[in-house]
Design a protein around this ligand. Structure first.
Ligand code: P6P
Length: 312
């Protein structure tokens, strides 16, 4: 009977957020509506990623994004889908996307109180080989959204009110925090619903895995090199850690959240300001990591207390 109860009492992401909303009577449901549009974008991208091989969506779109990376068709499609979904939600005023050189300022008639910063398809260099990729997003509140300005998007990570990612892999998993812990939802394609599968995610206290691009070792500074060396050649009586590195932040962070350990992309001689994008990679993932009982540092200080620009 318990199994039947579990099967029929489906906790969908919409129901979960509505439950959260009911804890805040003053809430007008704006976030619930915003989230439903983010979920729509994730479902669309999931479907497109799954069909990519068949639909010939794979391959360069011929343009390059602001980071100088060649844009693949799925990048372009994913960005278009999220921008349209977020604008049409009527709950956003500024959108900052890794794929767009300029921020999107929503037209007055559709403006709402949220600013969403996002990477629509992070890890896209892995698309062609079928490795997990993902969407990363962070949400800020904007007090006066009647005339939004860019500085309202460039807020410190500690001001973020929600963050999440959707990983497109062997299953489509959306991991979300609105500030009261972290929950994971897996898409049931037969229902078209994200079902709660990973309630109250807490990162294991001890982890046996370190995750870093060892190919950058010759550029690391002393403390980084020493730390990684210790992972491989620990003091007497300890076992070496295992190296797992996919090169897709969503996949590497998701594994770290569930299995424990450390993910790091240190600044180095090649990338003195670090490589990861602070606004829509580092801040959202740091929000989630701390909400799951983990920590997130720049190497000098806690990420969330940083203002932009910050070296990670
Ligand atoms: P590297 C993807 O482009 C990305 O921004 C993250 O998803 C990933 O963690 C990192 O870059 C991988 O960088 O230099 O190891 O290939």
């Amino acid at each position: 009977h318990a199994a039947d109860a579990l099967r029929t009492d489906l906790m969908t992401i919409t129901r979960y957020v509505l439950n959260e909303q009911s804890k805040h009577p003053e809430s007008r449901g704006d976030f619930t509506i915003l989230l439903s549009h983010i979920v729509l974008g994730c479902k669309f991208v999931c479907s497109s990623v799954n069909k990519a091989g068949l639909a010939k969506l794979i391959g360069l779109a011929g343009e390059t994004n602001v980071q100088g990376e060649e844009q693949k068709k799925l990048d372009v499609l994913s960005n278009d889908v999220f921008v349209k979904a977020l604008v049409s939600s009527g709950r956003t005023c500024i959108l900052v996307s890794e794929e767009d050189e300029e921020a999107t300022f929503v037209e007055p008639a559709l403006r709402g109180r949220y600013c969403v910063v996002f990477d629509p398809l992070d890890g896209s260099s892995n698309i062609d080989c079928g490795v997990s990729i993902g969407t990363i997003f962070g949400v800020y509140m904007v007090k006066d959204f009647t005339e939004p300005t860019l500085d309202q998007a460039l807020q410190p990570g500690k001001n973020m009110v929600a963050a999440g990612y959707c990983m497109y892999g062997s299953s489509c998993t959306l991991v979300l925090s609105t500030g009261s812990g972290v929950n994971g939802f897996t898409l049931d394609p037969s229902l078209g619903e994200f079902i709660l599968t990973h309630p109250d995610i807490k990162i294991p206290k001890k982890g046996k895995i370190y995750s870093v691009n060892e190919g950058n070792a010759k550029n690391w500074d002393g403390p980084t090199a020493k730390y990684v060396e210790n992972c491989k050649f620990p003091k007497e009586g300890s076992s070496p850690k295992s190296l797992r590195y996919i090169g897709s932040m969503v996949a590497d962070v998701h594994r770290t959240l569930l299995y424990g350990g450390i993910f790091l992309y240190p600044a180095d001689k090649k990338s003195p300001s670090g490589k990861l994008r602070v606004l829509y990679e580092v801040f959202p993932m740091s929000f989630l990591m701390e909400q799951a009982g983990g920590q997130a540092f720049t190497g000098k200080e806690r990420v969330k207390t940083c203002f932009l620009p910050v070296v990670v």
